[in-house]
Write a protein that binds this ligand. Sequence first.
Ligand SMILES: Nc1ncnc2c1ncn2[C@@H]1O[C@H](COP(=O)(O)OP(=O)(O)OP(=O)(O)O)[C@@H](O)[C@H]1O
Ligand SMILES: [Mg+2]
Length: 501
Amino acid sequence: MSEYILELESITKIFPGVKALDDVSFKIKKGEIHALVGENGAGKSTLINIISGVFEPTKGQVKVDGRPEKITNPGKAFDLGIGVVHQERNLIDTFNVAENICFMDVSTGKSKLIDKEAMKQKAVKDMERVGLDLDPGQGIEELTSGKKQMLEIARAMCMDSKVLLLDEPTASISLTEADQLLKTVKQLREEGVSIIYISHKLEEIFEIADSITVIRDGKNVGQTLPASSLDKDKLIELMVGRKHVIETYANREFESAPVVLEADEISSKKNTIPKSFYLKKGEILGWYGLVGAGRTEFAREIIGIDPVRKGTLKVKGQEVKIGSYEEAFQKYKICYISENRKEEGLFLQHSITDNIGIIALKEICSRGGFISYKKQDEITEKYKKSLSIKAKDIFVETASLSGGNQQKICIAKGLCVNPEIMIIDEPTVGIDVNTKGEIHSLIYELSNQGISVIVISSDMGELVQLADRIIVFKDHEIKGELENNKDYGSMSTKVMGSILL
Ligand SMILES: Nc1ncnc2c1ncn2[C@@H]1O[C@H](COP(=O)(O)OP(=O)(O)OP(=O)(O)O)[C@@H](O)[C@H]1O
Ligand SMILES: [Mg+2]
C-alpha cells in the first residue's frame, strides 16, 4: 500500500500541433484535497481527461495506489475507483434523474440493477448527500444548469470513489449550492477520499485545498505546495508568471447622457412581476443576483427571444416591439452573449474563423455576395490578438479549445455586429483571474467608445469593480438599484440589504 493514492509521473500529451501537457508530475495522498490551478488553456482539463481515461497520455505514467495503470477508457477509471465531474455537462437528456445517476453502475456491469424502484431509492439517497431534492422519475431537460451540475456531482460522489476529480464544479451553480458542495467535499475527505479540485475561484481553493499544484503552459510551476504556504497574490503570480495588478475603473458621470434602452413595467406569462430599468449611453449596468434570480429570463424577453406580455420597451426613446433576436440585433443593434456558450454560443465543430465569419457576414461579403475569406481571417486574427485567444491558429475547431478561450470567441462574436447595446450574461464564469481582468478592461473600453453594456453577474466583486450602477434581482423581481461607489465593503452591505428587503 502506497502513501499516495494517485501519482502522475512525467505526463506529456500532444494533440496534433499542440503540446497540451509537457512533463507534468504530482502526487496525491489519501484523504487529501489537491487543487490544480492555472490559466485558461494551461492543461488542467487535459490532466483530468487522462486520469479519467478519456485520453491516453503521449508519454508518462499514472499510478493508482502505487501500481502503474493504463487507464485506456472511462470504464477502467471507474473500476479503479476514480469518479469524475467533467467541466462540460455529461448527462443523457433522454434519461430521467434516477437513470442518469445510476448510469455508470448499470453500463459497467458493476450492478445489474435495472430494478426501477431500487434505482429510484439509490438516486434519492445519493442526491440527499449533496442536498439535492429532485423527483427521481422526472426528466432532466427542464432542469437549470445548476441543478444539472449538482446531479452530476451527486452521481460522481456516490460511486464510492477513492479518487474524485472535480473540474470547475461550481462554475454554474448558486452560492448556496456551492457551499453545500464544499461541505460535501470536506466530508468526503474525512471519509478518506482523495479529491482533485479545479476552480478559478481562488477563495474556494484556499477554503478547502490541502495542497496546490500550479500548471502554466502545460508545465509544472515548481513543486506541489501546501496550501497554507501560499496566499492569493502569490498564487496568482505563480499562475501568470508575473505580479497581478487589479485594475480600478474611474467613477463616471451619466447625468446628461441619453437613455438608450428603457423598460417600463415589462412582464411576461412566465415572469408576471413587472420590471423597469433604464440604460444610458456608454454606461455599464450590472444586473446582480444569485443564479436563478431571473436575470437571463428577463434579458431574453428584452431581446425578443421570449414574448413580452405587458409593459413598454423603448430603444433610444422610441417605443419598440422586438419580435425576434434577429430583429434585436439587426434593427436595434442589441447583442446578447449567452451564459450557455456550449448550447447557444458556438458551432463547436467549426473553426474559430468560421464561427466569427458566420456573424461578420456583412463585413466580409462583397457587394456581389462573395465571401472574402481573407477579410474573415483578418477580422478573426484581430480578435484573436486583442482578446488573447489561446489557440494554435484560427483554423482549429473551437471544440478543442479550453473553456475560457471558447468564452472569448463568444465575446468576439458579439463584438462583430458592431452593437450599440450589449448584454453579456456571466462574462467571466470559468475564466482565469488574468483573463478576467482582460475581459473587464475590454468591456470598460467598449463602454468608453459609447457602447452601453448590461453585465449579468453573480459575482459581486466583478460588478463592484466594473459597473457604474447595479440593479439587484431576487426571485424574478428587481429589489433595488444602487449607484456604484466602487467600494466592495459598502456596496456588498447595500446589495445584501436590498436582497433582504
Ligand atoms: N481534443 C483536443 N484537441 C486539440 N487540442 C486540445 C484538445 N483538448 C485540449 N486541447 C488543447 O490543450 C490545451 C489545454 O487545454 P485544457 O482544456 O486542458 O485547458 P484548461 O487548463 O482546462 O483551461 P480552462 O481553465 O479554460 O478550462 C489548450 O491549448 C487546448 O486548446
Ligand atoms: Mg478546463
